[in-house]
Design a binder for this molecule. Sequence first.
Ligand code: AMP
Length: 277
Amino acid sequence: MRIANTIAQMKSARAKSPGSVGFVPTMGYLHEGHLSLVRQARAENSLVVVSIFVNPTQFGPSEDFKAYPRDTERDLAMLKKEKTDIVFMPTAEEMYPLHFNSWVVVEKVTDRLEGSFRPGHFKGVATVVAKLFNIVEPTRAYFGQKDAQQVLVIKKMVADLNMNLEVITAPTVRESDGLAMSSRNIYLNPQERRAATVLYKALTLAQTQRKKGESNAETLRQQVTSIIIGEPLAKIEYVSIADTETLEELTAIDRLALASLAVRIGKTRLIDNILLE
Ligand code: AMP
């Protein structure tokens, strides 16, 4: 496994690899969710590149950029076990030198949900992912369904800007009690960790109700909301039942829908989603 700290090192390693390249962008502090993406990339490509970069431009001024968990030694050991070929770990100065002035803005789909609660977040995400794609030149890039809106934004950017790669979405990996794995789960104290299971409980209830034939989106929103409200440590940011492509809120569920939510448990902001067929 090779480590590239500079863009020049990464580009030169890429240039020596004629076969397919599978790429998994991450912010590190890896868990089984990340590793599932790495395993799929390993199975489908001749070379596997993983980036570890806590991207400052996707964090708002009052968000957790400084506190975001980091453990490079542990991450590298995990990636080595998964037979990763190259780990790209640039510094912020390498990615955003002085006078950096170009941004990728994906409109419309970024107005809603995460975009409305985290202004500027997707501008930072799209820009760093576009840069990473230009540096790594992957054949396929792997993203988790956990961040459903992020996948939509990346797919839209790739299509609109004619980027030459395939974007692959992998299922959300969960703890045994249903909590979606996230690097941010480390922030939760034991009491909050127990409370955090309410997200998946509420989403699975929506799925069960949908399977039983409920087609009124507002009824489902209210049911999800009341479950979350029943958890005293939880504070809702949004509960959404939306079209899976446009993220427009639905009235009647007459097609595949995305149930998604953002909830604060204490100081920790958690997101999760589930598909309603
Ligand atoms: P992050 O390090 O949080 O930026 O995540 C890097 C990639 O891993 C993104 O594509 C995420 O959607 C994906 N990911 C994070 N958590 C999970 C999970 N629990 N299951 C599947 N993919 C995940």
